[in-house]
Design a protein around this ligand. Structure first.
Ligand code: FCB
Length: 486
């Protein structure tokens, strides 16, 4: 980084860079990515255990069997979070750890892990933010048909009730689903995620049932949680941009916005599926049968806050007939499309932008526009950035340090975008860095490091990267370092 001489650095009033009072600073993980202890204390396989143990599905044959061993090391991890000054920790619950068959009574040993984790967090003054589902369906429920089957929504509502009963007195913020788009369309469409099915119609059915399960869980949570508790859902809203100003590319953007975003925000926030989505996919599912009486009312039960995950924008075009479209391999390449009904749309990487180790282009303005677009479309809706971060090829220096200036620049740019959105009227309540520590990055296994804390998997030693110290400083100041002086 070029140092700017303090005497010529732009002058900024300290208040200008401060975040709103009460803005929450956190970091996020997910159960299968960090916990390990895959077969301990009664836990049974989830679809991700089965998938990762299937040869050829995950890079290098990596699995979450041990992961970052958070299950055994959570006390040290919480101590590290406290040391870094984090105010909140977003984690997810492994459904098959607390309800191994996905049905019936809970297993106390499984619940105890989350009770202890939450107690440890509260003791450290770190607010627990619990996500019920971050992609790890109990395998038994997939064997019974999985998310394309409506009955899975009954199972999820029961599971939500178990968790609200076990932790409702001490977890104040609850999220039903993390990125249901990935569960539906990568899990059942392109097949790059568990359970690895490639059935476009099943993917759309899964999307509706994930929506319904969300709404039913919100109802359960609202009934059981104390009045002050907050409910939410986290969506990976695609910041869709057309490649050119042509009408064809505008149509590509509309299509991807429909099956990428509005398929969730429509029913959840407006109580209806968008007409254009229904038309684009009418040849695949009979929506009039899939969506039953009362479903939309259930799905649209209000949430207190919307979680938004953002990494990179989505640049699309509609190739001429005969030209082939390119896939969107954001979470892994596949011959099958994760975009039912819009398989012909092509995806591009913006030119002239720096990229992360995932080959995702770095574009903080995308986050600004995403927050502003949601604010325009759903005025007054409180937002939370529940994931944002980047993978780079981090390594430990001979002196034992991990220098990650690219991640610092990424975080700085994106936090600045959050701040600009707040200044322009977006009600953003907090920011959760993805991820607290390096972990199992789904189809990429351990080859991609998103952590702000480095994990040496052989020894399970944690080493806070330079970005962790930087983030810690941002939290302490409640502000970004002034331009040129960081
Ligand atoms: C998101 C997932 C998270 C992690 C990041 C990089 O889509 O929610 O688990 O894989 O991407």
């Amino acid at each position: 980084m070029t140092a700017v001489r303090p005497d010529i650095a732009p002058k900024q009033a300290p208040e200008a860079t401060r975040f709103p009072t009460g803005f929450v600073w956190g970091a996020a993980t997910a159960a299968y990515q960090v916990e390990g202890a895959a077969a301990e204390d009664g836990r049974t396989p989830s679809i991700w255990d089965t998938f990762s143990h299937t040869p050829g599905k995950v890079h290098n044959g990596d699995t979450g069997d041990i992961a970052a061993d958070h299950y055994h090391r959570f006390r040290d991890d919480v101590a590290l979070m406290k040391q870094l000054g984090l105010k909140a920790y977003r984690f997810s619950i492994s459904w098959s750890r607390v309800q191994p068959t996905g049905r019936g009574p809970a297993v106390e040993r499984g619940l105890d892990f989350y009770r202890k984790l939450v107690d440890e967090l509260l003791e450290a003054d770190i607010a627990p933010v619990a996500t019920l589902y971050h992609w790890d369906l109990p395998q038994e429920l997939e064997d019974a048909g999985g998310w394309p089957q409506r009955v899975t929504t009954d199972r999820f509502a029961d599971y939500a009730a178990i968790m609200a009963g076990a932790l409702g007195d001490r977890v104040a913020t609850w999220t039903t689903f993390n990125e249901p788009w990935c569960s539906a369309f990568l899990g059942y469409g392109s097949g790059v995620h568990a359970p690895g099915r490639t059935e476009p119609a099943a993917a759309l059915r899964a999307a509706h049932h994930l929506n319904l399960a969300h709404g039913r869980a919100i109802e359960v949570l609202r009934d059981q949680l104390p009045a002050g508790a907050q409910t939410s859902v986290t969506l990976n809203l695609h910041q869709v941009r057309p490649l050119t100003a042509s009408a064809a590319d505008a149509d590509a953007a509309r299509r991807i916005d429909a099956v990428g975003n509005r398929i969730f925000t429509g029913p959840m926030l407006r109580g209806e599926y968008p007409e254009d989505l229904l038309a684009d996919t009418a040849h695949l599912v009979d929506w009039s049968k899939l969506v039953q009486d009362g479903d939309l009312a259930a799905i649209s039960r209000p949430v207190d806050v919307l979680g938004v995950n953002y990494y990179t924008p989505t640049l699309v075009s509609l190739p001429e007939k005969g030209e082939s479209g390119s896939g969107n391999d954001v979470h892994g390449a596949s011959a099958f499309s994760p975009w039912p009904g819009s398989e012909h749309v092509a995806f591009h990487l913006a030119e002239g932008k720096e990229r992360t180790a995932m080959n995702w282009s770095i574009d903080p303005d995308g986050l600004y526009h995403l927050l502003m677009d949601v604010t325009r479309d759903h005025p007054g809706l409180p937002l939370m950035v529940t994931e944002n971060g980047a993978a780079f090829d981090d390594y430990v220096s001979p002196e034992g340090r991990v220098e990650d200036p690219e991640r610092i620049a990424y975080l700085h740019g994106h936090l600045d975008a959050v701040q600009r959105a707040v200044a322009d009227g977006a009600d953003v309540r907090g920011y959760f860095l993805w991820s607290l520590m390096d972990n199992f990055e789904w189809a990429y296994g351990y080859s991609k490091r998103f952590g702000t804390v480095y994990v040496d998997y052989a020894s399970q030693r944690r080493i806070p990267k330079a970005s962790a110290h930087w983030y810690s400083d941002v939290i302490r100041r409640h502000a970004l370092p002034s331009a040129g002086l960081s």
